[in-house]
Structure formats: C-alpha cells, structure tokens
Design a protein around this ligand. Structure first.
Ligand SMILES: Cc1cc2nc3c(=O)[nH]c(=O)nc-3n(C[C@H](O)[C@H](O)[C@H](O)COP(=O)(O)OP(=O)(O)OC[C@H]3O[C@@H](n4cnc5c(N)ncnc54)[C@H](O)[C@@H]3O)c2cc1C
Length: 487
C-alpha cells in the first residue's frame, strides 16, 4: 500500500505503508493476544517494543525485584532465629552474587522471548519506538505501518518529580538499580509507595543504611491508615522513615555524597539528608509522550494515561488499550486480566466489560502487606457506617501465629452487614499476599458472601486461621476503632 505524505507545503512524496492484521505495541501483557490474533486471521502481525522484550514485569519490575527480595527475606528470617534460641548470624552478604543471580534469571528469559519474536515468520518484530502519524497508521523506525486493529500496551515508566538539581546529579530508578554491582553504603529512597518500600527492605537487609522520604503524611498512602502506621513502625527498626517531607533539591555534598533537601509539606522547615546514592521511586508516568496518541485520534487524560471505555476500546474504534498504560491498577495480574478482556472483545467480538471490584494488591516489603477491594473509608462513604461491619484478627492470637512468634500483625475485613458480602480485606504480616487469595476468590462468587469461609474447615494450626477468625470477629466501625485505640 502507498500513501501520500506532505513535506513542507509543496513537496509530496510516496511512502510505502506495510499493512498488518494487527499491531501490538508493548511486549508485556498483550503478548498473550498475539497467538490468538494470528490464529484468527490470515496475514502478519506487527509486534513493537522499543526496549528489551518481555515487558517491565520481566525486565525491570516484578520478577527482578522479587528475585532480590527473597534473599532479603532470608536475612530477616535468619536474624529472627535468635528469638527461638538459634544462633545463626549473617556473616557475609555477597551483594554482587545476589544481583547476578537476579540477572541470570532474567536475561535468558528475555533472550528466549527475543528469539521467539525474531524467528517467527508470522510476525514482524520491531525493536523501535512507535508513534502515530494518523489514525491506524504508525511510524516505526523508518517504516510506516497500518492496521485496523491496534493494541496499545505501552506500560509506564518512573515518574521523575521536578526537583531542583535532579538533572545534574546521578540517581537510581527501579530500572538502573538492577545494574548495580556494588552495594551503596547508604541510600535515600524518595517515595514510600510500594516500589520504595520494597527496595528499602532489600537494601536495608543487604546492609545499606536506608532513609525513606515520603511526601504524604504516611508511607504506603493507599493502605489502611492503621496498616501504614504499623508498617512504618516495623520498618523503622531497620531504617529511617521520614514522612510529610517533600524533596525540593538534589545536590552533591562536600565529601562526594549526595544530598536531598526536603521541606515539611505545607511548611518551610528544611531538613537535609545525605547518602552515597539516591533512588527516585515517587510513582509512575505514562509512556504516551512517545506514542503521539493525538495523531492517532486516541484520547488521553490530562496526565497522558490512555482513556478507554468499559470494554477497553479507546476513543478510536478498533484500537484497544490495557495494562499500566491506562494508569489504573498498575499490577501485572491486572494487566493480564485486561488482556483477557481485550482478547474477548477485540478478537472474539464479545461485549465483556471490565470489572475491578476485587483487584488484589501486594507489597513484598518487611512486613508484607496485601489488600483487595474497598478500604474502610470508601466502604463507609458508599454504604454509611451503620451498613458495614469490620472483622479483625491478630496473627499472634492464632496457634500458628503464636508458634511463629509473630507480634502485632493482623487481618482486617470489611463486609456488608445485611448480606455478608465481602467489600474489602487488608492484611499486614507474614504470607499476607498468599492469605488474601482466599478472600479474593470469594469476591468473584455470585453473591461474594463470606459464608464459605465460616463453613469451610480451615486447617489447624495453619496461618489461614487468622483469616477465618477475622470473619468470626465482626463488629461495628465504632467498636473496631475503640478497640484499635486502646491497643
Ligand atoms: C520495580 C517494580 C516492581 C513491580 N512489582 C510488581 C509485583 O510484584 N506485582 C505486580 O503485579 N506488578 C508489579 N509491578 C508492576 C508491573 O510490572 C506492571 O504492572 C506490568 O509490567 C505492566 O505491564 P504492561 O503489559 O501494561 O506494560 P509493560 O510491561 O510496561 O510493557 C510496556 C512496553 O511497551 C514499551 N513501549 C511503550 N511505549 C512504546 C512505544 N511508543 N513504542 C514502542 N514501545 C513502547 C515499553 O518500553 C515496555 O517495554 C512492578 C513494577 C515495577 C516498576
């Protein structure tokens, strides 16, 4: 196919446009749609990614970070052994070995995906940035390509806040941190969200002096307030945590270290932190600055996240978006779920609407935090205080929790008082991301009721009893807070 393109006002040139049955931008979660797309159509698919293939989860997100966090968990477990009469000091940590092990798991997978993409005759793989030039047509490398079916799975990148001097000083992000070969002796992490908290756990376990600086009044600002408070208290055993402080300047210090100037949020009171390295983990930003979605007739919100309808179709018919690019639930499992919705709608021509009522979230720090559904404030706002009940249970008040010597950690669940429908659940403590799954699954049953938890036998003595017991301890919102304040 040939298209006319205007150069300046008078020159006109002929440019070849390669036509595809589908174009996929981003080799993360949309990859599961590529095979069915090829199966349903005669013709080639274009798969585009400007970075190494596999998406952020594999290349610099979930997988590398969890490969690093497991040894960090081991360090804390070994240290805890002392409490049980076992002396097992951590004598030496080979930081580079920990990093190499992580890289040795990631690199072969990336290479294998790369081989699969490059060796397939059914698709063309472009390792270039793609940019819309007009609806349904993109420029990629020197090539123009076109399709009536386009999947935008463009992900997100670290948000770099406007801090004075940031351009002049080297800093780490969740991407560059994976290249480290030597452990920084001290590290300031700007941002107390889940990425900041997970890396704070990693580096502090490895022996780095860590300071977390969070602008909001509490770390993990999206968690329940009592969970944030407890997590902060526990983290402070291993690092400094400073909340309610905004980073305003980064600069080199007198002896080669880096300095972070902060001010009290809403005030002028300055505090300066210094460390060998600074890591910015202050949120995620969209990649749409590269994509030029406007030229493709694709609407974004004011921050650049791609707008979609309930079926995940963008403002341009036949162009679908999913995953982090939507700026909604930036988790791999959410992106995978959205890929299934797009597959049904775009390939099978169904009318499936997305349902986000039970998106689980997990933070693999120390302590671990997991949640699903509504927080208490949202449930109260939606239904009123009288209509909901809260259940809670401390780990230490179950046989297994006590055996493990767990202190202070707990499960909190929020249910509809009349129907027993589960509205949300929040867990802080060991195995929280596993324990929450039982509740997530029940939230997908027809009535989302908690009866199966109360009826089903829970293995004794296993940690799952802490979840079961929370549902036996239902009380009013006021009573829950009265009890919380007393403890
Ligand atoms: C440090 C860290 C830890 C994380 N840990 C977890 C976790 O434990 N659990 C969890 O569920 N989630 C985790 N996440 C989030 C998870 O990685 C993302 O939600 C998920 O990878 C999003 O997948 P995606 O398919 O939407 O996009 P991505 O995997 O981000 O893929 C998008 C790809 O598109 C490419 N691209 C973008 N624009 C263009 C363009 N114009 N042209 C060409 N290519 C383009 C990008 O380079 C990228 O490779 C973590 C993220 C980070 C950063």
């Amino acid at each position: 196919m040939w298209n006319l393109f205007h150069l300046k006002s008078i020159e006109v040139i002929l440019v070849s446009v390669e036509e595809y049955v589908g174009i996929v931008i981003g080799t993360g979660s949309a990859m599961s749609i590529v095979d069915p797309l090829l199966g349903e159509n005669d013709g080639k698919v274009a798969v585009i990614d400007k970075d190494e293939p596999g998406g952020i989860c594999l290349t610099r997100g979930c997988i590398p970070s969890k490969n690093l966090l497991y040894p960090a968990d081991l360090v804390r477990e070994i240290e805890k052994a002392q409490k049980f009469g076992i002396t097992a000091p951590v004598n030496k940590i080979d930081f580079n070995q920990v990093m190499e092990r992580m890289r040795s798991h990631i690199d072969p997978e990336i290479r294998s995906i790369e081989r699969g993409l490059s060796g397939s005759e059914a698709l063309d793989y472009y390792r270039e940035p793609a940019e819309f030039v007009e609806p349904y047509t993109l420029k990629v490398g020197g090539q123009r390509i076109r399709s009536d079916l386009i999947l935008l799975c463009t992900g997100s990148k670290p948000l770099i806040p406007p801090i004075e001097g940031i351009e002049e000083v080297d800093y780490l992000t969740s991407r560059s941190v994976l290249e480290l070969e030597t452990r920084p002796s001290s590290l300031i992490i700007v941002g107390g969200g889940y990425i900041g908290v997970e890396y704070a756990h990693f580096f502090s376990s490895m022996g780095t002096d860590v300071t977390v600086v969070e602008m909001k009044p509490r770390i993990l600002p999206r968690a329940e307030p009592e969970i944030s408070r407890l997590a902060e208290e526990k983290m402070k055993r291993y690092m400094d945590v400073s909340t309610g402080r905004r980073a305003v300047e980064i600069r080199g210090g007198p002896s080669g270290e880096k300095e972070l100037v902060t001010v009290e949020d809403g005030g002028k009171d300055k505090d300066i932190f210094s460390a060998e390295e600074i890591m910015i983990a202050s949120g995620r930003a969209p990649n749409t600055d590269l994509l030029n979605p406007k030229a493709g007739g694709i609407e974004t919100d004011e921050d650049g996240w791609i707008k979609v309808d309930e079926r995940l179709e963008t403002s341009q018919e036949g162009v679908w978006a999913l995953g982090d690019a939507l700026g909604r639930h930036m988790f791999k499992h959410a992106a995978n779920y959205e890929a299934r919705v797009v597959y049904r709608n775009a390939i099978l021509n169904r009318e499936t609407e997305v349902d986000y009522h039970a998106v689980p979230r997990a933070i693999f720090g120390h302590p671990k935090v997991a949640s699903v559904g509504m927080g208490e404030a949202e449930a109260v706002e939606r239904y009123g205080k009288e209509e909901i009940a809260i259940g809670s249970q401390k780990y230490e008040n179950t046989a297994k929790g006590e055996a493990m010597g767990v202190e202070d950690y707990f499960v909190k669940i929020i249910v509809k008082r009349d129907s027993g429908k589960i509205l949300g659940a929040h867990i802080v403590g060991p195995q929280a991301p596993i324990l929450i799954q039982e509740i997530v699954n029940l939230m997908y049953t027809e009535d989302g009721n908690f009866d199966p938890i109360r009826e089903g036998m829970h293995i004794h003595p296993a940690l799952s009893e802490v979840v079961e017991r929370a549902f036996f301890n239902l009380t009013s919102v006021d009573h829950y807070h009265h009890h919380l304040n007393r403890n």
